[in-house]
Structure formats: structure tokens, C-alpha cells
Design a protein around this ligand. Structure first.
Ligand code: PLP
Length: 418
């Protein structure tokens, strides 16, 4: 870091300010986490300099011995951790992993059945503004208005009516478990491939805190930076017979050279995720989310789908009298990072929304438990109803910011100089 301070004080300043931002607030964005310093070290390594197009043993560049070693370790660790027949660790992101999975399993114009964005699905699950909605023929399934959970009969009806080439499950804002066995049955009935986008839950799967999609899916895509606690990136797990198609879809079809420093960091994170401590972490992340949902319900915020089985809680704020946008902005003023999120059948505009999404991966990594979740629920509720446009509201948010500082100071995520 001293070299960076000398060579580029402006960027050094940004990095220090960002560490301070991460340390001084409550990080409750469901898809974020604090990586270990070992993961950061791999990310900042000279493997960043290396071109290694291709796969271990079959590169298009010389000098790839160490790159091969890093990638083989990452693949082997992922295969073992998830019991997958084949793993590709090269996708640059979750969206890139999904693009490659579509390329491996479908042709442009093919019907693809996936969860609608406004009901918890991801952009890459058929949104009109994304490649998935433009190049494929998306059919969306929803959650029911009463349970706010997936209606598997509707999924089956849609599958029978449209005969999709590919069925996708896995979501961005769905707090409950997904029945992968049921999805497999539906896919088999209509002769479709089943792809599980496990970006959000893969860390919980690694820690055995939720059931694994791997035995049921043809392809599992994921990110490595959410609950899994690795570097930003993507990964694809698949059945052995799809290995070649998946590998070719990643390189050379959708990507060029892999980011070898990121792959090394993925290997580090996968090793960490295989430890007993990581299993305790994953279970604690779920327990914390459940406690947060309970405590926020007591504050008048309604947990969508009646609660959570995972690391995230989706809250409907209509009964609380605040929009998702205002709650997000007010919480941020108090140093609490959450994101506005549409709730199922949301009447509000996407930029406003009626809900917020809250995740426990980061605070659980910091070592917080259920006692702290109750404190956090009180802080969120107090911040969400403090109107910064009024003198009292602005003062209240300043006071809350001090309370947030006091809480996070007990659980520092990184030593001071990282
Ligand atoms: N899939 C799901 C379910 C996600 O939640 C996300 C990110 O939030 C992605 C894919 C995309 O990941 P990335 O942002 O790394 O492209």
C-alpha cells in the first residue's frame, strides 16, 4: 500500500476512504460480503499480469504453468465442495456465467421459462433490457399473491404450454427455499434443460445451510462474491456430459482471457468455504436473517413470503408508510446500507418501490449474532421513519449514525491498515 500511496495518492485516498466506509457503516446489501485478507492478497497478485486464454494444459500462450496450477486448484476445490461433475471457474461475473449457460444450452429465439424480474428473478432471466430477453423468447412465472411463493402448478402449466428449451430457477430477491426436485420433474416432463442460478445461495449451499441444487440441475451458475465470500466473479457447475459445451460457451464463445488473479482468489475462497467455520457462518447467516425478519415485523415492516429460509429478507413497507426509495435514502444517511426492492405485485414504480431488501452475509462475517440483529432492526426502523427534510428527522439520523458507529466498532471486519 505504501507503493500505491507514493505512486498514486489520489487512488490510495479512495481505497482508504472505501475501507473506512465499509468499516464505519452497517453493510446489509444482500449480495455483498467482506472477503478475507487472503482473498484480497490473491486479487492484488502478479497473476493479474498473465494472459492464459484456453484451459489448463491447453492454453494459447506460453508461461502458463502457474496459471494452470491456480485454475486446477480452483476447479478441484469447487468440484469437491459442491459434488459437481464439472466446473468452469472462468466467468468474469454472474451475468457472464448466465450468458455462457444460455449459449451452451439454447439457440437464439428459443423459449426460456424463468422468474419475472419484478417477482424476484434477475435481469438475465429474460428481462427485455437484457440479452436474455432480446435474443431469447422469455416466458415469466410469478409468485402467488397470497403466499408470495412460487406456484409450481403455474410453472408446470407454462412449461406444458410453451415447451421451453431451458427452465431457470434461482433468484435475486426470493427469501424462501426453491423446490429443485419439483423443477427437475417439470423440466423432465417437457424435455427442457434445468438451470439453477444459485448466485445468492451458493455460499449457503457450500456451508450446508440450505439444500444443494447440484444433484438436480443440468447447469448451476453462480457468483463467487456474495455469501460465498470470494472475489467478484462467476462460476458454472454442470453435469459431465455438458462439460465441453459449457467450456466452449465460456471460451472462446463469450469471453477471451480469464482473469487469473481472480481465479486464484476464487480458489482461496473455495478452500475457506470448505472449513467447518464456514458451515457455522452459513447457518448463522440464515439464523440472523430469520431473527431480523422477526424483529422488523415487530417494528411494522412486513416480511414478504412470511419470513426467510436464507440470508435475505424482503420487506413490504406499505403498512409502515414509507417507500423503498425513502427507506433506502434515510438508512444510508444513518450509515445503514440496504437497497430498495420491488415487492411482488408492487404498485410503485421500479425507481421507487414499496420494499427494501436486507441481507446478513456481511454482518455475519463480522461476527454479529441474533442480539445484534435485534439492535439492527431497531436502527433500521428508526432511520426509515426519520424524515431528513425536517430538523428533528435530520437530527435523529445523525444520532442513529453514531449508534451505528458504536455497534460496528465492536465488530471490525478488517484490521485498520487493509
Ligand atoms: N444472478 C443472480 C440471481 C443475481 O442475484 C446476480 C447479481 O446480483 C447475478 C446473477 C449477476 O451477477 P453479476 O452482478 O456478478 O453479473
Amino acid at each position: 500500500f505504501a507503493a500505491l500511496e507514493r505512486g498514486d495518492p489520489e487512488i490510495a485516498h479512495v481505497l482508504l476512504a472505501e475501507v473506512e466506509r465499509q468499516r464505519s457503516g452497517l453493510q446489509l446489501i444482500a449480495g455483498e460480503n467482506f472477503t478475507s485478507t487472503a482473498v484480497l492478497a490473491a486479487l492484488g497478485s502478479t497473476l493479474a499480469n498473465k494472459y492464459a486464454e484456453g484451459y489448463p494444459g491447453e492454453r494459447y500462450y506460453g508461461g502458463c504453468a502457474e496459471a494452470d496450477h491456480a485454475e486446477r486448484l480452483a476447479v478441484e476445490r469447487a468440484r469437491e465442495l459442491f459434488g459437481a461433475e464439472h466446473v468452469n471457474v472462468q466467468p468474469h461475473s454472474g451475468a457472464a456465467a448466465n450468458l455462457a449457460a444460455y449459449a451452451a444450452l439454447a439457440e437464439p429465439g428459443d423459449p426460456v421459462l424463468a422468474m419475472e424480474l419484478s417477482h424476484g428473478g434477475h435481469l438475465t432471466h429474460g428481462s427485455r433490457v437484457n440479452f436474455s430477453g432480446k435474443w431469447f423468447h422469455p416466458i415469466g412465472y410469478r409468485v402467488t399473491a397470497d403466499t408470495e411463493q412460487i406456484d409450481y402448478d403455474e410453472v408446470r402449466d407454462l412449461a406444458l404450454a410453451h415447451r421451453p428449451k431451458l427452465i431457470i430457477c434461482g433468484a435475486t430477491a426470493y427469501p424462501r427455499l426453491i423446490d429443485f426436485v419439483r423443477f427437475r420433474e417439470i423440466a423432465d416432463e417437457v424435455g427442457a434443460y434445468l438451470m439453477v442460478d444459485a448466485a445468492h445461495i451458493i455460499g449457503l449451499v457450500a456451508g450446508r445451510a440450505v439444500p444443494s441444487p447440484v444433484p438436480h440441475a443440468d447447469v448451476v451458475t453462480c457468483t463467487t462474491h456474495k455469501a460465498l465470500r470470494g472475489p467478484r466473479g462467476g462460476m458454472i457447475l454442470c453435469r459431465g456430459e455438458l462439460a465441453q459445451r459449457v467450456d466452449k460457451a465460456v471460451f472462446p464463445f463469450t469471453q477471451g482471457g480469464p482473469m487469473m488473479h481472480v481465479i486464484a482468489a476464487k480458489a482461496v475462497a473455495l478452500r475457506e468455504a470448505a472449513s467447518p467455520q464456514f458451515s457455522s457462518y452459513a447457518s448463522q447467516a440464515v439464523e440472523n436473517a430469520r431473527e431480523l425478519a422477526r424483529a422488523l415485523a415487530e417494528e411494522g415492516m412486513r416480511p414478504v413470503a412470511g419470513g426467510t429460509d436464507s440470508h435475505l429478507v424482503l420487506l413490504d413497507l406499505r403498512g409502515f408508510g414509507v417507500t423503498g426509495h425513502d427507506a433506502e435514502v434515510r438508512c444510508a444517511r444513518a450509515g445503514i446500507m440496504v437497497n430498495r426492492n420491488a415487492v411482488p405485485y408492487d404498485p410503485a414504480k421500479p425507481a421507487v418501490t414499496s420494499g427494501i431488501r436486507i441481507g446478513t452475509p456481511s454482518v455475519t462475517t463480522q461476527g454479529m449474532g441474533t442480539d445484534q440483529m435485534r439492535r439492527i432492526a431497531g436502527l433500521i426502523a428508526a432511520a426509515a421513519c426519520a424524515d431528513p427534510g425536517t430538523r428533528d428527522g435530520a437530527d435523529a439520523l445523525e444520532d442513529l449514525k453514531r449508534d451505528v458507529h458504536a455497534l460496528v466498532a465492536e465488530f471490525p471486519p478488517y484490521p485498520l491498515h487493509v
